[in-house]
Write a new protein. Sequence first.
Length: 167
Amino acid sequence: STCIYPREAPQPMKEEVLLTSPLEYTNEPYAIAKIAGLKMCESFNLQYGTNYIAVMPTNLYGPNDNFHLENSHVLPAMIRKVYLAKCLNEGNWDAVRKDIDLRPVEGVNGRNTDEEILEKLAKFGITPEAVILWGTGKPLREFLWSEEMADASVHVLLNVDFKDTYK
């Protein structure tokens, strides 16, 4: 198997560059909604003396995530693809069949033949020899375990005051 590593680790975005350039077009509606929530909290706090703080998670993943190959988010799809390829590579057909019975792929489930399963998984870049991930590899993404986000949100709720979030 082959692993491809990034040339260098991406640098985190600095707070002072937020909202200093155009929004990425395909993410614009989501970004505008997040910005509106931040601004609403800020306005309420300044006008009414409330102590609202908006936490903005990065891409979350965790228990009960959507691992469907046709419509999941990037990390759950990657996890499932690697898992299925590993099972195929090891010849663990019981695990492959159990997985696709739980989440059929375009009508193919664990009762299909080995050949039908292999053909369908190959369409999604999953073979016993390799996993093909879609995209150019240029977008940088950060991921966070959902339970850590929950812990961080509780921490913010109990320990952070709005007046401490701005200068």
